[in-house]
Design a binder for this molecule. Structure first.
Ligand code: 8OZ
Length: 369
């Protein structure tokens, strides 16, 4: 199959996301699975197998990976801040690269979406402002309301940015092709962006220009570790996940994306609509973001094969990220290429547990056998 074969939809053809050459435009979306090693939150052999099975994706974006213990919001999510975690990730990037795949690490600080039982010393989680989110997390004992956060002081902010830098350095040492910042779903970066969760009166709050400051400083700082051509960010302009709310998302995200374009990063990854809900959950002009950003535009949320092919053909996106379909179909690329039937994801085994519902979804060849 070649680029020029008109019978092959562009979805299945190679592309470059910044400095990262990908062999098709099908991206594995970041997916929290809560299967890191209990006790040290390091990736393990089961996690290696899971990512290896999915390496035919043009690009894998890892599950959210906390940049520090303070950045953790759920039990058994992997970290990027200890030698054991870096070694665990190295085995994953080696396995994916051995299959000819590409993989970037999603760097994550949950901010206020956490629980004291996960925090260092049982302290309160940190946030732009001391405003509790109306949302739940899950800890070792099950679902729990998030703990009330305390507001970060102005002089603490450089150290949080420093955690993203250290995590980026660790991701580089672990062999990743780049990084995606988790700027979506009501976590720390998103909390700074929005006027409901950010009521600060210093340089990081108030105007849109001030609320995007934290995101842009993190982008700038990690771009000194990986080149700009290997840095991206995920955003979810209208998603209500984790109580994210803003009075004017269109103006906020137009300004942010204008600045991200000026920063010349490789990609923006946009959750269109709300995860697990409709793509037109609330009115929003994604085309305006697409037009504003000069790098690659990765679109996500609820795409079917048909819509993905159409969206690449009409130029509304450069690549399409699939989440739930990648949980259930390790060989999703081959299945989409052949228009083969898809396995159905089993929600009960999404978060936590063992190989069941994780590495035991069959590929086409195994199914036929
Ligand atoms: C599902 C469960 C826990 C976390 C996100 C990182 O929504 C998540 C997440 C999803 O971005």
């Amino acid at each position: 199959m070649s680029h020029s074969d008109p019978s092959v939809p562009a979805l299945f053809t190679p592309f470059r996301i910044g400095d990262i050459a990908i062999r098709n435009r099908i991206v594995m979306a970041p997916l929290t699975r809560n299967r890191a090693t209990h006790g040290n939150d390091a990736p393990n052999a089961l996690n290696v197998e899971y990512y290896r099975q999915r390496a035919s994706a043009g690009l894998i974006i890892t599950e959210g990976t906390q940049v520090s213990q303070q950045g953790q919001g759920y039990v058994w999510t992997p970290g990027m801040y200890t030698p054991e975690q870096i070694a665990g990730w190295k085995a994953i990037t080696d396995a994916v690269h051995a299959e000819g795949g590409k993989i970037v690490a999603q760097l994550w600080h949950v901010g206020r979406v956490s629980h004291v039982s996960l925090q260092p010393g049982g302290q309160a989680p940190v946030a732009p402002s001391a405003r509790v989110a109306n949302t739940k997390t899950y800890i070792a004992s099950g679902f729990a309301a998030v703990s009330p956060p305390r507001a970060l002081t102005l002089d603490e902010i450089p150290a949080i940015i420093g955690e993203f830098v250290s995590a980026a350095e660790n991701a580089k040492a672990a062999g990743f092709d780049g990084i995606e910042l988790h700027g979506a779903h009501g976590y720390l970066i998103d909390q700074f962006l929005r006027d409901d969760s950010n009521t600060r009166s210093d340089a990081y709050g108030g105007s849109i220009e001030n609320r995007v400051r934290f995101a842009l400083e993190v982008v700038d700082a990690v771009s000194k570790v990986f080149s700009k051509g290997r840095v991206g960010i995920r955003i979810s302009p209208v998603s209500p996940a984790n109580d994210a709310r803003d009075s004017d998302p269109q103006a906020l995200f137009m300004h942010l994306v204008t600045k991200l374009s000026e920063a010349s990063i490789a990609f923006i990854h946009v959750v269109e609509g709300a995860t697990r809900e409709a793509r037109d959950y609330l009115p929003f002009d994604y085309g305006a973001l697409r037009k504003t950003f000069k790098g690659a535009y990765i679109a996500n949320n609820g795409f079917t094969r048909e819509l993905a092919i159409e969206t690449i053909e009409n130029g509304s996106a450069d690549a399409i990220a699939f989440g739930r379909l990648f949980i259930a179909n390790p060989d999703l690329v081959e299945r989409l290429r052949r228009n083969a039937p898809l396995n159905t994801p089993v929600v009960e085994t999404f978060y936590g547990g063992d190989a069941t519902g994780y590495t035991d979804y069959p590929a086409l060849a195994e199914q036929a056998a």
